[in-house]
Design a protein. Structure first.
Length: 307
């Protein structure tokens, strides 16, 4: 088996590693990621939706050749879905077979029923096991969607990289997984969990960095259109919108405009395609027509001044 690539030895090496997978990171993100890998600490990423938090875990798994284990959080997520549960149907069959065979030694049967054979490993417990390919990347995505009870359960996992199962005992990871936790900040995460992690706020990128992201991710977009798309998106984020577009929407919009054979922005084209960039009707209605023209005129003046 080919050994997994070594962890980056410096901040610059971390940035280069990410860039090799077309993830354009600022030095602040490369620094905290390097420290999280070196210190074997979970990395807690907060920021608006669509700014690339989840992508960091995917890129890490790719460039480090590690398995990616993803726990997608949602309201009502419980231990049975996230960590482990017992295969109760198989346990019932085992009990019936033991009774039919006349072999009902309760102590022996009990220890067999609550063994690894009947244990369903969910994402968290999978990440604490031996994958055979090095420590996996555990992505706990959108933790803010869960409740505080589940958040509290994670404290043992994030501090000691272990899970305690009452019937089986404590299962500890042979090697700490690389843990990436994301939150869109729909609610505050408790300080007890944050203390166990390194923290980074993933902000919207600067115009220069967003343009580089666009060039890497959607290379077929014309140069002029790329500049205008990024400048327009940067301008629209400064408006009072219910939900400003993220980088993911920028890439989708540039792709859509290219499919329409656009080479530059105009008010009619922007108004017709705002549903790709904005996801709330009130925002779309507000930015259509004359507002689109105003932003385009301002964007063009800014681009000309920069030349």
């Amino acid at each position: 088996m080919t050994p997994a690539p070594a962890l980056p030895a410096s901040i610059d090496a971390t940035a280069t590693l990410l860039a090799g997978a077309d993830y354009v990171a600022g030095r602040d993100l490369a620094t905290v990621l390097f420290l999280a890998l070196r210190m074997k600490r979970p990395l807690f990423l907060e920021g608006e939706a669509g700014v690339g938090k989840t992508e960091i875990a995917k890129v890490l798994a790719t460039v480090l050749a590690r398995p990616l284990i993803r726990l997608q959080c949602y309201e009502g997520l419980d231990i049975a879905s996230a960590v482990y549960e017992w295969n109760t149907m198989a346990q019932m069959v085992e009990i019936r077979l033991a009774e039919a065979a006349g072999d009902v030694d309760r102590a022996t049967l009990g220890s067999e029923l609550f063994s690894e054979r009947f244990l369903h490993r969910r994402p968290v417990l999978q990440a604490l096991g031996d994958t055979g390919a090095g420590a996996p990347v555990l992505l706990i995505d959108e933790l803010d969607r869960t409740d505080e009870a589940f958040e509290a359960y994670l404290l043992e996992v994030l501090s000691d990289f272990q899970v305690t199962i009452p019937e089986l005992g404590t299962i500890k990871a042979p090697e700490p997984p690389i843990v990436i936790i994301t939150s869109n900040r729909t609610r505050e995460i408790h300080d007890a969990l944050k203390r166990r992690c390194l923290y980074h706020w993933v902000d919207y990128p600067s115009a220069e960095r967003e343009l580089e992201i666009l060039r890497r991710k959607v290379p077929g977009v014309a140069a002029r259109l790329s500049r205008e798309v990024v400048a327009f998106v940067q301008a629209i984020r400064r408006e009072d919108l219910f939900k400003a577009p993220g980088v993911a929407e920028t890439l989708d919009w540039a792709t859509a405009l290219t499919e329409l054979d656009a080479v530059a922005l105009d008010p009619a084209l922007v108004s017709d395609t705002l549903g790709v960039l904005l996801k709330y009707q009130d925002d779309i209605a507000r930015m259509s027509g004359s507002e689109a023209k105003r932003l385009i005129d301002g964007m063009r003046a800014q681009l000309q001044a920069a030349q």
